[in-house]
Design a protein around this ligand. Structure first.
Ligand code: CA
Length: 228
């Protein structure tokens, strides 16, 4: 049954394209695929996909460059990098280029589809949340994916918006790391440290003094809570 969502797959390995296209179509997604970065960017312009799955090793260019171009086209489309590289430096480079998530090959197709579903559900939830919120000195525009603190505007990734949305729904309450992983990433496959690193990055965008956070607080041994 079609669900109205389009997924752009930028990947040059035919077996991978076939496997993912099958699995995603079975779940009701419409998929379009490109075997090169150049074609991928063109398809993104033409199709305005709801989510992009992006391989890093492409014949014409590297995935980071493609990611940067995709981010220029849309600030909000979720981009998941698929790659055989598992080094942290590569992950950080991908996230810096504007990717939201990083899935290391080999992965199970079932797990990837679950992750895609979770990301799209999350995006839908964000659509129904308030468009903007004031967190301390920061103006956070959840719909426009920006945080402005002390006159300085920073882009927010779709995961950061999702994390803030979750903390906002439960403002003043501690939300556990496990729940954050489950609701924001959709699986518990990535390690808890990822959430901590994510929080550090987010604090730099919304806290006036990120080293002495006043709003996104650590609840030791449990998780995080938002105080407005
Ligand atoms: Ca490849």
């Amino acid at each position: 049954m079609a669900n109205g969502k389009t997924i752009l797959l930028i990947e040059d390995e035919p077996a991978m394209v076939l496997g993912l296209t099958d699995a995603l179509s079975f779940e009701g997604y419409r998929t379009v695929s490109a075997g090169t970065g150049r074609l991928g960017v063109e398809l993104a312009k033409a199709e305005k996909p709801d989510l992009v799955l992006l391989d890093l090793m492409l014949p014409d260019t590297n995935g980071y460059e493609v990611c940067t171009q995709l981010r220029r086209l849309s600030r909000t489309v979720p981009i998941m990098i698929l790659s055989a590289r598992s080094q942290d430096a590569d992950k950080i480079r991908g996230l810096d280029a504007g990717a939201d998530d990083y899935v290391t090959k080999p992965f199970s197709v079932g797990e990837l589809v679950a992750r895609v579903r979770a990301v799209l559900r999350r995006v839908e939830r964000a659509v129904n949340s308030p468009a903007s919120v004031r967190i301390g000195k920061a103006d956070v525009n959840l719909a426009g994916h920006t945080a402005t603190c002390d006159g300085h505007e920073e882009p927010l990734s779709s995961y950061e918006v999702s994390l803030l949305t979750l903390l906002l729904e439960r403002v003043g309450e501690s939300v556990s790391r496990d729940e954050i992983l489950d609701k924001v990433w959709g699986v518990q496959a990535i390690n808890n440290r990822a959430v901590d690193n994510f929080i550090v990055k987010l604090r730099r965008k919304v806290e006036a003094s990120p080293d002495k956070p006043q709003h996104i607080l650590t609840v030791y041994g449990h998780g995080y809570k938002l105080v407005l």
